[in-house]
Design a protein. Structure first.
Length: 358
């Protein structure tokens, strides 16, 4: 592709996973000599500013949905009107951004309102089939209808038996073209042996209030041990804290530092977010997955990967550190190939095809 494009990329602000998996895409776009503008809000915006301080940023408010401590399903159902309102508002905001900044193409990671009838728009998701205890058919019909407004749907996964998302990424019913980008990770496995630094690495992520609840539960249990532990609290704008001689808490790590922490840790404990699973799989690391209570996608992924022998899952209210660490000795998570060259080529080919004259 010879033409330099101005591309708007915008991740959903529910946790940091959508932002972190956009990092490799942003890198590829920049290497393809395109201009990238990032639109986000709150923690994802701050994280991406740390990773790409030289880029232009636009504040684009998210849906501002909070998770419930109890009865997550009811909370999300009651949030549907607010989500729909947020989708309408971001769609109107996108029109202004396209005109004001002369945007040529939009890449949306799970933000449903960022489609355009003026320029190509791409929707990134691994969750085409929503797992829900109730109203599943209605939710999936609604989900497909919203995705079909875009020019293409990019799936961050591989096809076939090696799929990390399982049936979540089944594209049956979608009318738009789908592309599998492969396993997206900001990391690539180190070729040299990494010296051990920590017995346990805890990576905390996700929206409130469950992020804080998880942090409190795991920190109390960690302190009761003599394990050398690093806790990444996932707050981006928090402060570093030395709890005792063995336990250190940091709010956030840049990609290179987080990869080093993961590879230099014996045991890892984290949420069952899809981006975390992709990162760990690329690095060939097993982990204890603690799905966010009531988040059906994470519950499905935990069960799916535990049955495949890749990870060990435990419910948050059943987490007993002493017991779960034993199970990790029986798991040998094999790494998958995450070719940045292949991603670079796939994105280049996709943009070329999208911009061909009709």
């Amino acid at each position: 592709m010879t033409n330099k494009l101005k591309i708007l990329i915008s991740p959903l602000d529910w946790g940091l996973g959508h932002a972190t998996r956009c990092i490799s895409i942003i890198r590829a776009l920049l290497e393809l000599n395109h201009e990238v503008v990032i639109a986000s809000d709150k923690a994802p915006l701050r994280l991406l500013k740390l990773e790409f301080p030289e880029l232009k940023f636009v504040v684009l408010p998210g849906y501002d949905i909070s998770y419930s401590e109890h009865n997550m399903e009811l909370k999300m159902l009651l949030s549907v009107p607010k989500i729909l309102s947020g989708i309408r508002k971001e769609h109107q905001a996108l029109k202004r951004i396209i005109d004001d900044l002369n945007i040529d193409l939009v890449i949306s990671d799970n933000r449903y309102g960022l489609w355009s009838d003026k320029i190509p728009s791409i929707f990134i998701t691994h969750q085409i089939q929503i797992k829900a205890p109730a109203f599943a058919n209605w939710l999936n019909s609604w989900n497909r209808k919203l995705i079909n407004r875009f020019s293409e749907c990019w799936i961050p996964d591989v096809e076939g038996d090696a799929s990390l998302s399982g049936t979540l990424s089944d594209s049956a019913g979608l009318k738009v073209k789908t592309r599998h980008l492969g396993v997206l990770s900001r990391f690539s496995k180190s070729e040299h042996e990494v010296v051990k630094q920590y017995d346990i690495l805890v990576i905390i992520s996700g929206p409130e209030p469950q992020r804080s609840i998880f942090e409190k539960i795991i920190t109390e249990q960690i302190i009761a041990t003599s394990k050398k532990t690093l806790i990444v609290s996932g707050t981006v704008d928090g402060t570093e804290d030395i709890i005792n001689d063995n336990v250190k808490v940091v709010p956030h790590l840049l990609s290179s530092d987080l990869q080093n922490a993961i590879e230099s840790s014996t045991h890892i404990i984290c949420r069952a977010g899809y981006s975390s699973i992709m990162d760990l799989t690329v690095l060939g690391k097993s982990a204890i997955l603690v799905p966010t209570p009531g988040q059906t996608e994470q519950e499905y992924l935990s069960d799916y990967h535990t049955k495949r022998g890749n990870f060990y899952a435990v419910k948050q209210n059943e987490l007993t550190l002493e017991n779960v660490l034993i199970n990790l000795d029986e798991i040998n998570s094999g790494s998958v190939s995450s070719s940045y060259t292949a991603l670079y080529t796939a994105i280049g080919d996709a943009l070329e095809a999208l911009l061909q004259p009709v």
